[in-house]
Design a protein around this ligand. Sequence first.
Ligand code: F6R
Length: 264
Amino acid sequence: MKILIVPDHATAALRTAGTIMRQIAGNPRSVLGLATGGTMEPVYAALVSGVQAGRLDMRSIRTFNLDEYVGLPPEHPQSYRHFMETRLFAPIGLDRDRTALPRGDAADPAEEAARYDHAITAAGGIDLQLLGIGANGHIGFNEPTSSLSSRTRVKTLTRRTMEDNARFFDPHEMVPRYAITVGIGTIMEARSIVLLATGGTKAAAVAAMVEGPVTARVPASILQFHRSVTVICDEAAAAHLQLRDYYETVHPGGRQPDAGEGRL
Ligand code: F6R
């Protein structure tokens, strides 16, 4: 695992966007695995700026998002499809056919989950998977005790995740209890992974993921077994890391000169 520690969320988001830009520059037809959530908003804003300034061409990529709430149609303002359309796909003019999220309103969510997993394989797999992390250590919506080799499927959200998400819903609305999420086994098949974590609420989860035992209790800890993971975190999210001196020695200021940072 590469651990990059940068001062704040804005810098972490720019570094993450830089990693995505380098991936697309290296292979314009990259298949990207994408995440939603507050952490990702400035990442997508940076990509949109890059496209609008003519520095980045995303027209040939394909995307697969991690998850969608069961029961929400694509046009629902809290659906993850709507999130992606407004934050990234529409502003960069990405052809809808090149984007994929599970259908939250599918008649048979279990069948939809299996179809989605096969679609990722049929596309040749994910080249670069973007991940956030839940305060409870989840990745995608693989909540604690998820099978570490799970495939895309329907998961029941924890009370904590529902509470974390409740702020996005109107007070009278029901926060969905179930989501279709790409499985941990499926995530682990991505050729490379970048996980972005910001804010003090993520500090315990980040420390458990990076320095704790590999356990289904902290689903993100399985990433210790992946050969190409970069964790980008801000100071607040890095606060509980015990081996911080080492990470700073390897990547001073969170920089990766070997990846050509500073050029994009
Ligand atoms: C969303 C997803 C989740 C989020 C995580 C962090 O597609 O897969 O795992 O990345 O819940 O969410 P935020 O960024 O809102 O803190």
